[in-house]
Design a protein around this ligand. Sequence first.
Ligand code: SF4
Length: 244
Amino acid sequence: MVARQDAKEPFDFTVAMRRLRAAVRPYPKAAMFELHDEGHTSVFEQLVACIISIRTLEAATLATARKLFAVARTPERVAALTVEQIDELIRGSTFHRPKAAHIRAIAHATIERHGGALPPDRDALMEFAGVGPKCANLAVGVATGLAAGIPVDIHVHRVTNRWGVVAAPTPEKTMPRLEQVLPKRYWLEINKLLVPFGKYVCRSPRPKCPHCPLLSMCRQVGVNAVDPTPPPDVGVASEPAAAD
Ligand code: SF4
């Protein structure tokens, strides 16, 4: 069901965010936010967890980050490990070998260049190999509660382009365009909401539009076929594939 465009309401971010908060309530939190709630609140931990999460399922990200942090959660502890030891600990993540080298290098640089604590500075974080704008924005945002930029992953990219509030071919190009239209107070929360929403409702390739609370205002850009089955209520049995 792709609704008639002339029947659509104007897109209202405040209304959309309110509906999204209710829609994602049954679903697991995005991994970085879950780890924050478990006490992994430093910029360093958040950055390491985000590196682990790249192209990795949420459940595997959580298990892998917890495994590493149980052994080493500070820059000093991580720097004391070899790349091989880190690689073994994060083996549940994709591309674990290069990620292990990046994580160890970040731990050393944190000690040598930043006095043992990474600053909440996205430009400083993006100087590290393996860290792009999404992880830099997310690490700073989740650690401090204040987003310096919107963490645009594949879910934020896909959903906001379907809404029709931006038109961009990649997450990197969606980020600056979305920052022009989305009120700053939502820059971090949109990631928190659209990660589960994109996994369980506005899925790729067939979104569950007939059951979507945003159908009245979403332009459904690029949606040619929808999934008529309802989203799961709670406790999904299998997790959709990782895409970022
Ligand atoms: S599920 Fe459909 S109506 Fe809802 S946000 Fe996605 S494309 Fe729009």
